[in-house]
Ligand binder design. Sequence first.
Ligand SMILES: Cc1cc2nc3c(=O)[nH]c(=O)nc-3n(C[C@H](O)[C@H](O)[C@H](O)COP(=O)(O)OP(=O)(O)OC[C@H]3O[C@@H](n4cnc5c(N)ncnc54)[C@H](O)[C@@H]3O)c2cc1C
Length: 470
Amino acid sequence: METLGTFDLVVVGAGVAGWTAARRAQQLGLRVVIAEKFKSGPGFGNGRMSGGVFHAAYLDPLRPPGDLLRMINSATTGAARPDVARAWADNCGRAIRFLESQGAQYAPRGEREWNRHTLLPFGADLPETPLEARWRGAGPDQLLTSMWLSFVRDGGDFRGDTRALELITEAEEVIGVRTTLGDILGESVLLADGGFHSNKTLGKRYYGSDGYLIRASHQNTGDGLEMALGVGAATADLHEFYGHLQHRGAMQDYRLWPSPSLDHLAEGGLLVTASGARLGNTGATFMHLVSEVIQSESPLGCWVVVDQTGWQALGSLVGRLSPAATLDRLHAEIVVADSVEDLASRLGMSGDALQRAVDAHNQHCLEPSSLPPSGEGLHHSPVTPERIQTPPLRAFPVVVGITFGLGGILVNGDAQVLDSTNRAIPGLYAAGNSMGGLQGGPDHGYAGGWAQASVFGLVAAEHAARRLAT
Ligand SMILES: Cc1cc2nc3c(=O)[nH]c(=O)nc-3n(C[C@H](O)[C@H](O)[C@H](O)COP(=O)(O)OP(=O)(O)OC[C@H]3O[C@@H](n4cnc5c(N)ncnc54)[C@H](O)[C@@H]3O)c2cc1C
């Protein structure tokens, strides 16, 4: 196979992690190449189409590192590796400033602490806006485009239409990458290909079902994971993912993708499978519920049920995109009935099963422990569960929209990939949604996509530079 060149650092994937690493490595004097599967710069991963809210486990990333460390340990119930959690907490503030040095500008978008640093300009989020017009020219697109142009201006080698396939090793060290266009050799290789959420075969293997909507880029097919497994890498929390409950119509109608989310309705209403079995337990947040739906008997057949009071209280809770207004306006499917029995018959379920689910839900609403957690580090205000008693009842078909995996290739605090004996594989790094070791745990703790990707892009580049110097 043709050799395309020899570099100090080979970056696989031109996303948030890849561009951060590439620009930092250039600053440190490294010769850098980026291999990107998408045909042109700056790549087309999750970062480019994201909302661009830079938060740290739903806290302001500029808070003292001690606050961030406490929050990630609490969100993951201690599942985060200590060295990885520490590196993330120590570097979130530096990462946000580094992106600023690359052209990022931030402003608050909304009242909550986690929205304080949202990339400018904000994207349009009206459902009727064509998909491309929502992200093109918005903050994330502008920032990544600017990093790509600066990279090339400063002598970096950007290879579009170049899909990495396999790692090249010599004497147990990683020395390059085999791509669709040829071999690229390097002192170090960074896997930053954004994870595997858009590969339904891997989704079925690790999440437990392929019955989900890809609420993300379709480029991220898990090549980095397969490449790392091929050289003996360990993994962490591959079954964990970040996602939202969406109206099932989003599978055909772009106007319902990727918002509005039906998270509030599901948290405060009744979530049932296609046969009427109740899902969701005391205090479940949307992150628990999306996991339960995926693992249920009918990931593509679940429903959220609310009564008239619930619809009024829960349907309008989301700030910018109220599901009530949006679903009504777009004539999305809503099944309306005057009684539990009538609703069951319209949904093709047993009336007894749905009545049992309603009774259990109503009982749960009376328990004090049904209240969701409150305090800092929350995606949205706590939702009070609503009993189902006042007709008309409404049922919404739901599907899980998966945005990305929370787990991945296991790394240490320097973003070095570890093998099953906890030894760093020389020359190999992972960052962003490709990596594991920071997020997950029983409550599906989330560190923030931009925060994880930019922090570990930075530390990977810095470690690769130190490695080169020794
Ligand atoms: C709709 C949406 C909204 C979001 N909103 C937010 C938000 O507000 N705040 C937040 O913190 N996070 C948000 N995220 C998540 C965030 O965008 C991601 O966590 C982040 O982009 C991860 O960065 P990454 O570099 O790991 O991957 P990506 O940005 O996905 O980049 C991966 C790159 O690798 C390339 N690639 C894939 N396979 C290969 C291969 N074999 N060879 C070469 N290249 C390859 C892809 O084409 C892509 O360009 C959102 C995501 C989505 C989809």
